[in-house]
Design a binder for this molecule. Structure first.
Ligand SMILES: Cc1ncc(COP(=O)(O)O)c(C=O)c1O
Length: 279
């Protein structure tokens, strides 16, 4: 990790030399957005979709995108290696202001950070994980991929403290998403996921799974899922770019299905691995 190179405001630097001012609004307010983009053997997966979501996040926080898609591609390239799977992390904050003030500063240059780390398959993917349902205590703008993640962090930690790997969040009786993932459930033989209605992040992995379901005649539905329906599911998955599809085999201390990763998970994971290869 020590010799990791990062891109910071136009320069490639060793991690230890990449420094920002304490007046950066990302540091003071969490005023910024981010993306996490998987890279398989040097090939960036679904880059257009990730850059489109980045654009949406920036628009929603009223910040201009500092780079074109081609410029982003060129920035990423030196950070990639062809023989490993990696994860690109990029973050843009509103930049460094002269004083700490909630109002947007005038004429300020955004801070841009990109780093890339090696990723190994998430272990829980093979065994399944335990999850706990928790009240979704986050704000109303969960469609923005904001760096302000305190609620998500507290929820994930509460899950970990209870011996679980993820928190599945419930808002007014309905499933929204995980603390850092989207949620799928197999209910009455149909693959269901909550609607993309602003209460969740529009996960790129979620979209890939819906696309694969459509292409392979797997019955699916984007719809509201009540907690009681989730408790009846024969399979539950949580999905994200870093962990891919992870089966939940225990929810709130009770077995999901037969307590093992289910058949539709295995099928979808095979389809996803093929999609990664083909990309
Ligand atoms: C809150 C939340 N929802 C959903 C996701 C999944 O999004 P993606 O599949 O684009 O990684 C993430 C990813 O980190 C997340 O933090």
């Amino acid at each position: 990790m020590a010799d990791l190179t990062v891109f910071l405001n136009g320069e490639y630097l060793p991690l230890a030399e990449a420094k920002i001012s304490v007046m950066d609004r990302g540091f003071l307010f969490g005023d910024g957005v981010y993306e996490v983009i998987p890279v398989y053997a040097g090939r960036i997966f679904r880059i257009e979709e990730h850059l489109r979501r980045l654009n949406n996040s920036l628009t929603d926080i009223r910040l201009d995108n500092p780079y074109t898609p081609q410029e982003w591609q060129a920035i990423f390239q030196p950070l990639l290696v062809s023989d490993k799977d990696q994860s690109l992390y990029l973050q843009i904050t509103r930049g460094i202001a002269e004083k700490r003030d909630h109002a947007f500063p005038e004429k300020v240059t955004p801070t841009v950070l990109v780093m890339c780390t090696e990723v190994k398959p998430f272990e829980g993917k093979f065994t399944g994980i335990k999850a706990v349902t928790l009240d979704d205590t986050r704000w109303d703008l969960c469609h923005i991929k904001a760096i302000t993640l305190l609620a998500n962090i507290l929820l994930r930690q509460e899950a970990i403290d209870e011996g679980c790997a993820e928190a599945i969040l419930i808002k007014q009786g309905y499933v929204t998403e995980g603390a850092a993932s989207n949620v799928f459930a197999v209910i009455d033989g149909v693959l269901m996921t909550p609607l993309n209605n602003g209460a969740i992040l529009a996960g790129i992995t979620r979209d890939v799974i819906l696309e694969l379901a459509a292409q392979n005649n797997i019955p699916f539905s984007e719809q509201v899922i009540a907690l009681e329906a989730l408790q009846q599911a024969t399979e539950i998955w949580v999905t994200s770019s870093t962990r891919e599809i992870v089966p939940v085999v225990e929810l709130d201390g009770l077995k999901v299905g037969d307590g093992k990763p289910g058949p539709l998970f295995r099928r979808m994971d095979t389809l996803l691995q093929a999609e990664k290869q083909a990309a």
